[in-house]
Design a protein around this ligand. Structure first.
Ligand code: C5P
Length: 230
């Protein structure tokens, strides 16, 4: 049994501000990308033996050198990402060696602190036969749908809503088919699978798997790291 992980890390992170692309912003002395890779390696039951990372074009060699010490004896491939996240995932998927791999994870570098247990739950669900798996947490805000004018259309029942995290896990062929279908406007990989009619299974996520998006998320990341280092 072995798994591969695709890590889109090519985003600029405009909502975060600053000059450095988001995945290379440092928290506690290491980049978000290094934290993410270290977290994935800590999930030993996931048997990750191939890491494919999509980075801003031109950064491939430098990132390869930076990450090498963290992947152990797993294979590391670094590719240039694309204009949008799905383009980056697709560029990475293109070089995944599919032979002998029973699960592919797609994991945002920006979710750098996901606990090992979440990663292992996702992989376990794929190995148990699920075609597509997402970690989820309950929604705490009331969510409303709004129209183009900003007026509220309706309020979905919050008890039926969840927030979706990464890593998302897939049977390799399903993920390949989903990306080959080239669906426009998908905001995650599971959504591409849904549109193919594939059932997407949920497992328990974690508040620690939050996505670093805005400046205050960096403060949260610092605090989380300080607590883990106690
Ligand atoms: O922008 P957002 O936070 O949704 O990005 C999620 C992940 O997708 C980040 O890790 C980011 O680096 C990655 N991404 C990418 N290529 C893009 C845009 C985002 O790899 N063109």
């Amino acid at each position: 049994m072995s798994s591969a992980v695709v890590i889109p890390a090519a985003g600029l992170g405009l909502r975060l501000g600053g000059e450095t692309p988001k995945a290379f912003r440092e928290v506690g002395g290491d980049s978000l990308l290094v934290h993410a890779v270290r977290g994935l390696k800590a999930a030993t039951a996931a048997d990750l033996d191939c890491f494919v990372v999509a980075v801003p074009p031109g950064a491939e060699e430098a990132v390869g050198k930076e990450l090498e010490p963290y992947v152990g004896d797993a294979r590391l491939l670094v590719v240039a990402g694309g204009a949008e996240r799905p383009d980056s995932v697709r560029a990475a998927l293109d070089v995944v060696p599919f032979d002998g791999i029973d699960c592919i994870l797609v994991h945002d570098a920006a979710r750098a602190f996901v606990p090992a247990a979440v990663i292992e739950r996702v992989v376990e669900a794929v190995r148990s036969g699920a075609q597509a798996v997402v970690p989820v947490v309950p929604v705490t805000d009331t969510i409303k749908r709004v129209g183009p004018t900003g007026d509220v259309i309706d309020t979905p029942d919050r008890s039926t809503l969840v927030a979706v995290q990464t890593p998302q896990g897939f049977a390799p062929d399903v993920l390949r088919r989903a990306h080959a279908a080239g669906l426009v406007g998908a905001t995650d990989d599971a959504m591409m699978c849904e549109r193919l009619g594939v059932t997407v299974t949920t497992v328990e996520g974690s508040p620690d798997a939050f996505k670093v998006t805005r400046p205050q998320d960096l403060l949260l990341a610092e605090a989380l790291l300080a607590e883990r280092r106690l």
